[in-house]
Every structure is written in structure tokens, then in C-alpha cells.
Design a protein around this ligand. Structure first.
Ligand code: CP
Ligand code: NVA
Length: 302
């Protein structure tokens, strides 16, 4: 089998995603029926975390066990990564002992270096630039709730961060629109939207939300940017998803948030805990989507 990695959303084609969404649906159905799906019996997943996580660790660790394999957790502090061992040497070691690796780190280049030196598939579990596993689960959730995403409109309200950059790639590949509104100084960087014909930028967050079928946001301060927190609190004050914003979106719009959320900052409790919010399904779908992803990377299409 050809070695493939999932380092950013655009590593896969529309056809690959269509396969993955259908496969995730099937794997989820089996899970709900308590039917074993041990297609990765005896396979070992390594999970490298250089940043904190609840959902990503839970979903990958539970996911590989449910596929019949096992997981090894490494973090910066307790491994030689924190003492300067090159990521490329780590790749050699993992390739000799394990079958697949997921990494959460800061720089996208770290993930790329790991993949370049790896003989096993590498999955990006979040970098400063991208969060492709989350958007995979988010679009699976949208399809489950509302049907095909092609031709639909997604509103991104807030920081033009790793989640936003990933939505922009997804829009181009899966042919939907993204309407982005970010405060001055936190807008999409030109390199993340170069040549993208599916994005529109708005100064006013209400205009970004207008008519959207999916309204989504994220924390004002992502991991790694904590030193900017006080300044960001002021800058983002008007970029909060509230009932008024949901009312200007499509009447059937759903609200998503990758979580963790800060109620009263980027989203009101009335929205995230309200009837249009699908955040719990979205989080659960990380499990099903990533099981499909690991199966795909190790066994190809079934
Ligand atoms: N959404 C997400 O990736 O959550 P964690 O940071 O808890 O993994
Ligand atoms: N943008 C957030 C997502 C957390 C899952 C961060 O990078 O911290």
C-alpha cells in the first residue's frame, strides 16, 4: 500500500472524503450496535502530545482500542522530545516499533518533518496552522444532521486560527462557502487563502453569519498564544456568537464549536447549550471519523 499521511485537509481528495464520511457512518452504526470492528487487531498507535488535550486523546485512544489495536501516549515532558531529540530520529524509532502516529504540536513544519522521516502514516492532531481531524468530524456531523455540505455556507466568527485555516481548505475541496469575520489584527493570513475561490471576508461578524447554514467559532486565545490573552479579550469582545447572530443565520442553521468553549466569551451559554447547538454530537464524531481515518491510512478502502 502507498504510504499516506493526513497533515492538512488538502492531503485528501473529495473522493477520499466521500469515502471517509460513508465509512465513518458505518463504523458509528456498528459501534451503536455493540458490534466489534477489530480491523486493526495488533496494530499500535503512538500519540505524541506537545499541547494539552481531552477530546483528541480520548477519541484516538478509545478509537484504536475499539479497532482491536493499542495506544502509546508520549508527551514532551516525559519523553526525549523535551530534551532535544530530533523529531526525525523519533520518526525512525516509531517506524520500527509501531504502525501509525498522531501528533499534536506547535509548528506545522514539525509534523511535516516527522512525516518525511516516517515509514508509517502520520496524522496531524492539531498544530498552530491546522486541525484537520476536527474539521473531518465537523463535516461528518453536518452531513449527518443536514445532508450534503456542497453549496452550503459556513460562517467562521472569530480568530483566523488553525480551525479557520482548515475550514478554508475544506471549502475549496468540498465546494461550499466560508464567510469569515475576525477582529483587526487576527484576520486570515494571505498564505492561508491564496487562490481560494470559496471564501468571503467581512468586517462585521453579523454579516458573516447572515444566511449561514452552519455558524462556528473557537476560543479567543488558542494554545500557545496565552501571553496575548489580555489584549485578545478586548479585541474579540464583539466576536461572540449569541442569539441575535443565530437569528440572522439560516433558520435551520446549526452551531458548532470544536471545544473546549468559554461561555460568555466567544459564545453565549444560550447558544452553545441551546437547540441549534450540535457540539456534543460533533465531539463524539471525532471518535467515529478518526476510526475511519486510521482504518483508511492502514488498510486503504474496504
Ligand atoms: N477539539 C479538540 O481537539 O479538543 P482537545 O483539545 O480536548 O483535544
Ligand atoms: N484553536 C484551539 C483549538 C483547540 C482544540 C487551539 O489551538 O487551542
Amino acid at each position: 500500500m502507498t504510504l499516506r499521511h493526513y497533515l492538512q485537509f488538502k492531503d485528501f481528495s473529495r473522493d477520499d472524503f466521500e469515502y471517509l464520511f460513508e465509512r465513518a457512518r458505518l463504523i458509528k452504526e456498528k459501534f451503536k450496535r455493540y458490534e466489534p470492528h477489530h480491523v486493526l487487531f495488533d496494530r499500535t498507535l503512538v500519540m505524541i502530545f506537545e499541547k494539552a488535550s481531552t477530546r483528541t486523546r480520548l477519541s484516538f485512544e478509545a478509537g484504536i482500542y475499539q479497532l482491536g489495536g493499542s495506544a502509546i501516549y508520549l508527551n514532551t515532558q516525559d519523553s526525549q522530545l523535551g530534551r532535544g531529540e530530533p523529531i526525525t530520529d523519533t520518526a525512525q524509532i516509531i517506524s520500527g516499533m509501531c504502525d501509525i502516529v498522531m501528533i499534536r504540536t506547535y509548528e506545522q513544519t514539525t509534523v511535516e518533518q516527522l512525516a518525511a522521516a516516517s515509514r508509517v502514516p502520520v496524522i496531524n492532531g492539531l498544530t498552530n496552522d491546522y486541525h484537520p481531524c476536527q474539521v473531518l468530524a465537523d463535516i461528518f456531523t453536518f452531513i449527518e444532521q443536514k445532508g450534503p455540505i456542497q453549496g452550503k455556507t459556513v460562517a467562521w466568527v472569530g480568530d483566523a486560527n488553525n480551525m479557520c485555516n482548515t475550514w478554508l481548505q475544506a471549502a475549496e475541496i468540498l465546494d461550499f462557502r466560508v464567510q469569515v469575520s475576525s477582529p483587526a489584527g487576527y484576520e486570515v493570513k494571505p498564505e492561508f487563502m491564496a487562490g481560494n475561490t470559496h471564501v468571503s471576508l467581512f468586517a462585521d461578524p453579523m454579516e458573516a453569519a447572515r444566511g449561514a447554514h452552519l455558524v462556528t467559532t473557537d476560543v479567543w486565545t488558542s494554545m500557545g498564544y496565552e501571553a496575548e490573552n489580555a489584549v485578545r479579550m478586548k479585541a474579540f469582545a464583539d466576536w461572540r456568537v449569541d442569539d441575535e447572530m443565530m437569528a440572522i443565520a439560516d433558520k435551520d442553521a446549526v452551531f458548532m464549536h470544536c471545544l473546549p468553549a468559554h461561555r460568555g466569551e466567544e459564545v453565549t451559554a444560550s447558544v452553545i447549550d441551546g437547540p441549534q447547538s450540535v457540539v456534543w454530537d460533533e465531539a463524539e464524531n471525532r471518535l467515529h471519523a478518526q476510526k475511519a481515518l486510521m482504518e483508511f491510512l492502514l488498510l486503504g478502502r474496504q
